[in-house]
Each structure stands twice: as C-alpha cells, then as structure tokens.
Design a protein around this ligand. Sequence first.
Ligand code: SAM
Length: 222
Amino acid sequence: MIALLQILAATCLADSPPAKPKIQADHTAYEAITGESADEEKTVWDDFYKERHHIFGKEPVSFLKDNIEMIPRGKAFVPAMGEGRNALYLAKRGFEVDGNDISEVAVDKTLAEAKTAHVTLQTTVADLNKYNYPENHYDLIVVSLFYQKSLLPRFKKALKKGGFILFYNRVDTHDKETKTSPDDFLVKPAELKESMKDFQIKTYREYVDQGFHVVGLLARKP
Ligand SMILES: C[S@@+](CC[C@H](N)C(=O)[O-])C[C@H]1O[C@@H](n2cnc3c(N)ncnc32)[C@H](O)[C@@H]1O
C-alpha cells in the first residue's frame, strides 16, 4: 500500500500518470507491487480521484485526435478510462461507447460530465484482469496511459475483424530529465509495435507531448 501511494504521489507531483509496472498474468499492478489484495488498488485509485480533478487533462489524448478521421464510427471500448476524456470525446463524435475503470469515483465523474455534455456512455466499474470481455464486438478500443501487456490478447479478441486499437503511453527514454517513473512502469521503445505485429499497423509514432516522451500506435485487426 505504502509503495503504491509513494509512486502515485511522486508521479502526480511531476504531473505524470501513476505508473504501471510489468504485470504477472492475472495480477493487477497493485498486487504486482505490493503482494496485497487487488481490492486495495480500487481504494487507492478512488482516493486518488477524490483528491484530484482532471489531472490527466480534459482534452482527449493528442494521438487520438490526430488519427480520429481514419477510424469509422461504431462501438468503442475505453478500458481504464479515468475521468473519461477519451470516452467522452468519442461519444461526442457519435461512437457508441463502453467505458471502464477500476475506480468508481472516476466513473461517477465521467458520467456526470457525460450528463452535462448530453451524451450517453455505458460504464463498468471493474478490474480489467477480471473483466468479462465480449468477443468480436468492438470497432475501436482506446488504451491511454494504461499499459498492461497481459491484457493485450483480451483486447485483441474483443475487437471485430477490421476493428481498430489505439494506444497512447509514456515511453522509457532512460533520460533522467523526463523520467518520472521507475523503469518497469514505462513502455520500452518499439515494444508496443512488436506486441501488435499480428495486426496491420496504420500509424506508429514516438514523439514528445507536453514535455513527455510518448508512443502512439493505431492498428487494425486483420
Ligand atoms: C494513468 S490513469 C489513465 C486514465 C485515462 N486512460 C487517461 O488517459 O486519462 C490509469 C487508470 O487506470 C485505472 N486502472 C488501474 N488499474 C486498473 C484495473 N486493473 N482495471 C481497470 N482500471 C484500472 C485507474 O483507475 C486509472 O483511472
């Protein structure tokens, strides 16, 4: 518990997302770090969102905005959506959106924002490691600032043939100035691309966004 809280505090001070470690199969980030129950992870994130508002911003991630014209409207899934910046953006653009997060506080905030914006979202409060994923169901999955390699096969299965998956994550640059998290919590350059080589990669970019080295990948299920 203390370990994860220290990470959250450090990353928030640096205006960086809480870090994601390498995950053992079927274990959440919290369990991987602390060895304690995954239920604790929900509490940690709930407390995080009670104290902070729009810490990751209100705008959708740049890579989603830059690529949206390539993605036909349809059913979208936004796992670990936080306060819903990407989910709300998609709903406003006419996508039928299922949003998820382990934090009920974050999901409630997203729903309040959806009401204000007069858009509808279907939401679940659930741990993605225990989530009941539909198969061949989504036209788009957007994964932002949440990289857990063990979940990739489930995301891939949940997509329809021809469906798109978009990732946006911070990169491990080994640069002390831009580094805000321990090594294990960041995506290694080209790691995502390698993981998605069974898909058609439409756009891949490593770039600097708001002072952070990030990677964006848009791929299509063959
Ligand atoms: C860094 S935030 C990113 C939020 C959002 N995707 C964004 O880009 O603004 C990571 C999110 O993952 C959620 N999360 C962490 N572990 C999770 C899990 N096992 N299942 C579902 N959501 C989880 C957290 O509650 C948090 O909202």
